[in-house]
Design a protein around this ligand. Structure first.
Ligand code: ZN
Length: 320
């Protein structure tokens, strides 16, 4: 392990002592700070940060950013070029956005909904892009006024709180925003014809489900028998929470058309599939939609995987 150009082991953003740092690439240093999360910082910025007042006095903004990136499983890179950009963008954050970051942290610290959480403002203040403990305290009061948390009397800089139902539900949305949903809703007909039924079943179990799981997605259904027969409230909820929908029109079940329509209305991307033998008698104009025509589960997955990997909105979790 080499010594960073600052000559000390302290976090360059919050002065906390950090155990782990290493040279990750050419003249770039990797830090893992209990307050600021994981980040990389260029050697030039590391050497000169104290002489750059615009950056140095706004280190709390950079901490908030590196923490937010860590929460999204990304490693922020701070350099003399990127740091001013980040500061100028994040300085404009509204109180609501800052408070939601704090709510996210409370959710992270809660063992379950309504569990008591203790937050030390000295440690947590960068979460809300706060300059210090006073601003953090205001955000806590804001969350309590909004009904997202119940706040007990604080002792010094330590806050005792718990999430309300509203707060918990709001935090769940934030978790989804940060991580991006990994759920994929599968809409398939269950053809009455036995041969066709076996084909669709094989396509689901041998092609789609295994393939999606290997890419890090969570398919809504593993068995054809579990695919919903009605577009009920539960199905609509799952469509809304999905990253995308796979609609297989083999057998032309009205349910598949309804599910695809519902997804389009919600702005959720849809990948259209149909067995080659059924690629007629459409209820929509297939020329307007790209549709994968398949014959075997293997060929279906090969084409589907290609579409998923090549389409920005569908990309697997963690893929840049
Ligand atoms: Zn730090």
């Amino acid at each position: 392990m080499s010594v960073p150009p600052t000559g000390s082991n302290d976090c360059p953003l919050c002065d906390e002592e950090v155990r782990l740092h290493q040279v990750s690439a050419l003249n770039t240093f990797f830090y893992n700070c209990s307050r600021c999360g994981k980040f990389e910082i260029g050697g030039k910025l590391l050497r000169t940060i104290k002489e750059l007042p615009e950056i140095y006095t706004n280190r709390h903004i950079l901490s908030g950013y590196t923490l937010e990136s860590t929460d999204s499983n990304e490693t922020a890179l701070l350099t003399v070029d990127t740091a001013p950009e980040i500061i100028s963008k994040k300085t404009r954050l509204k109180i609501d956005a800052k408070a939601r970051r704090v709510l996210y942290r409370i959710h992270l610290r809660s063992e379950n909904m309504g569990a008591d959480v203790t937050l030390d403002a000295q440690v947590e203040y960068p979460t809300g892009y706060c300059k210090g403990v006073e601003e953090f305290g205001l955000l806590m009061k804001y969350l309590a006024d909004k009904g997202f948390i119940e706040l007990d009397a604080e002792a010094g800089n330590v806050y005792y709180c718990r999430t309300t139902y509203e707060g918990w539900s709001e935090a769940e949305n934030l978790v989804k925003e940060l991580a991006g949903s990994t759920e994929v809703f599968i809409a398939m007909g269950v053809p009455a014809d036995e041969t066709k039924n076996a084909l669709v079943w094989a396509a689901l179990e041998e092609g789609i489900v295994t393939g999606l799981e290997e890419l890090g997605f969570q398919p809504s259904h593993r068995k054809l028998a579990d695919v919903p027969r009605k577009l009920n409230k539960e199905a609509i909820k799952r469509i809304r929470e999905s990253r995308f929908v796979i609609a297989d029109y083999t057998g032309h079940s009205p349910l598949v058309y309804a599910a695809a329509g519902c997804a389009v209305g919600e702005g959720i991307p849809v990948v259209h599939l149909c067995h080659k033998d059924d690629a007629e008698d459409w209820r929509f104009d297939p020329a307007e939609f790209e549709c994968i025509l398949w014959t075997t589960p293997e060929q279906l997955w090969m084409e589907l995987e290609k579409v998923i990997k090549e389409t920005k909105e569908l990309k697997p979790p963690g893929d840049a």
